[in-house]
Design a protein around this ligand. Structure first.
Ligand SMILES: Cc1cc2nc3c(=O)[nH]c(=O)nc-3n(C[C@H](O)[C@H](O)[C@H](O)COP(=O)(O)OP(=O)(O)OC[C@H]3O[C@@H](n4cnc5c(N)ncnc54)[C@H](O)[C@@H]3O)c2cc1C
Length: 281
């Protein structure tokens, strides 16, 4: 049976996503006593990584510890509710939005999308198992850990050669088609080529592709960018009034893709939330 209006819990804002973008957006809204619900389905982009790096005051902190500390911060504010739950639909409803969580609906005047993206690695045996450890994609997050060791870059990511030059003892480009599989080795990882030869490296870089984790941008008909991300302005506003977006799923048209990091996601969450307060006023 459909929910009647009186059954439905109403919020000022629903934040969908509990990574750094959603957590900071929720904290910002809670600090000015907006009724905010944060939904977190529990799948984070940096799930494969044991430690976060390049996060000032948290260099080397496990991502789960960072999220737990953020949730503890949020818990100090009475108007914020955090739920481990998956949003299934977001639709316009009157002068706001209706967010479905399975059979349950909630309404809000504004929605902050912070649902992130999902990575797809090159289809080579061994890569997925070692991703976030001796296989990496971003030298700012994971690169210093291979210092002084030979590093391989698999696929079309020539910029990584220059980036890792001062860190690694050598950087070798390997065509993806020449790679059969990757396996852990004493030094880090061994690349086995299709001709049967193998070479050990301290670390391997790949360039994953990514896509939206959640269907809400599509459901709401938001303007998208060539990268597959939601277009936002500098305040995190999407093409639909009342829907803001922050974190890896969105960027401004000036950038070719998101500046994916914990701190940029959190900063974007703060901006999108502050702009949401202005929108609500
Ligand atoms: C292997 C790896 C290692 C990394 N290491 C670092 C690092 O060391 N330092 C660094 O700065 N950056 C690192 N990054 C990048 C960093 O993880 C991301 O830039 C950052 O997590 C983006 O934050 P976000 O909040 O946009 O998304 P995420 O952290 O991915 O969070 C997305 C949130 O949305 C939720 N969600 C999705 N769909 C739904 C739904 N339908 N309903 C409810 N919730 C939903 C998820 O459960 C999650 O809570 C790394 C990335 C990878 C892949």
């Amino acid at each position: 049976m459909a929910n009647t209006t009186s059954d439905i819990t109403q919020y000022d804002v629903v934040v969908i996503g509990g990574g750094p973008a959603g957590l900071q957006a929720t904290l910002t809204l809670a600090r000015v006593h907006r009724r905010v619900l944060m939904l977190d389905s529990g799948h984070y982009r940096n799930d494969p990584a044991r430690h976060m790096h390049n996060v000032v005051t948290h260099d080397g902190t496990p991502p789960a510890e960072f999220r737990a500390a953020a949730q503890k911060d949020i818990a100090a504010y009475d108007t914020a509710t955090v739920r481990a739950a998956t949003a299934t639909a977001v639709v316009p409803d009157g002068d706001g939005f209706r967010v479905s969580i399975g059979d349950e609906d909630v309404t809000a005047r504004g929605v902050v999308l912070a649902t992130g993206v999902r990575d797809t690695l090159p289809d080579k045996p061994g890569l997925a198992e070692l991703f976030g450890d001796v296989v990496a994609h971003c030298p700012f997050c994971h690169g210093h850990e291979f210092a002084g060791k030979p590093v391989a870059v698999i696929g079309d990511a020539a910029h990584l050669v220059g980036l890792m030059g001062p860190v690694a003892s050598s950087v070798t480009m390997i065509e993806e088609a020449a790679v059969d599989r990757v396996e852990r080795s004493d030094l880090g990882a061994r690349v086995i080529r299709t001709d049967g030869t193998g070479q050990e490296y301290g670390g391997i870089f790949v360039a994953p592709t990514f896509e939206q984790s959640a269907p809400f941008a599509e459901q709401l008909g938001l303007t998208m960018l060539e990268s597959g991300c939601v277009e936002v302005d500098v305040m995190g506003r999407t093409s639909r009034p009342g829907v803001h977006a922050a974190g890896d799923l969105a960027h401004t048209a000036e950038l070719p893709k998101p500046m994916s990091s914990v701190l940029t996601a959190a900063a974007a969450g703060q901006v999108a939330a502050a702009a949401m307060v202005a929108y609500l006023l």
